[in-house]
Design a protein around this ligand. Structure first.
Ligand code: DHK
Length: 149
């Protein structure tokens, strides 16, 4: 099996490009997924991308890939700030977790400043736009020896 990086996107990220473009930009989720695939592909990895507006569907995706994926790149959207369940699932993954936010959550409302994922993540990338996903995939590859560390 070709090694792969799991890329998870949470609620409302299917609306990328249409939703608050002044905050999240004009690129779409398909653009994000293509960028991740190109970044991973250059190192001989695949990506498996899942977006859901439903917490349980994201948990199921984590359970399915948790020991198989080289690592996880996760933008949990608003679930970042609320979901102990997603945290509990992500604690069980065997590879590194990189948390991504397109916007600089620390320059936004106070309720976005706390993340249930940051302290279990190997790295956190915020405010770099969709390029942050590229950095995150690269970091997974570095941490797993998928590219020159
Ligand atoms: C995306 C969301 O949907 C928000 O709920 C988060 C994050 C921030 C982002 O910047 O990618 O607060």
């Amino acid at each position: 099996m070709t090694p792969y990086v799991a890329v998870l996107n949470g609620p409302n990220l299917n609306l990328l490009g249409q939703r608050q473009p002044e905050v999240y930009g004009r690129d779409t989720l398909a653009d994000v997924e293509d960028l991740c695939a190109a970044t991973a592909g250059a190192a001989g990895f695949e990506v498996r991308c899942v977006q859901s507006n439903h917490e349980g569907a994201l948990l199921d995706a984590v359970h399915e890939m948790r020991t198989e994926a080289a690592g996880f790149v996760v933008n949990a959207g608003a679930l970042t700030h609320t979901s102990v369940a997603l945290r509990d699932a992500l604690v069980t993954i065997t590879g590194p977790l990189i948390e991504v936010h397109i916007s600089n959550v620390h320059a936004r409302e106070a309720f976005r400043h706390h993340s249930y994922l940051s302290d279990i993540a190997a790295g956190v990338i915020v405010g770099c736009g969709i390029e942050g996903y590229c950095f995150a995939v690269e970091r997974v590859l570095t941490l797993t020896g998928g590219r020159g560390a």
